[in-house]
Design a protein. Sequence first.
Length: 82
Amino acid sequence: MLSTTLLVDVIILVFTGIKLLFSPSRKEGIEASWRLLGVKLTTLELIHVVAGFLMAGLVIIHFALNYTMYKNEMKMLFSSKK
C-alpha cells in the first residue's frame, strides 16, 4: 500500500511539475485565468505543494519501516573486504 501511494504521488508530482514548468508565470497566469483541464494555476500549484509534503512524509515512513534493511545495506557497503 505504501509503495503504491508513493507511486501515485510521484505521478502527481511529475505531472503537475511539468505543467507548472510550461505554464505562464504566476502573475500572468492569474491575470489570464490560465487553466489546465479546468484547474486554475493556483490550484495546480497547491496540488503540487501538498503532494510534495505528502511525498516527504511517506518517504520518512518508508525509511522507518525499512530501517533494519537500510542499516544492513550500509554495513555491507562500508565493510572492508579483506
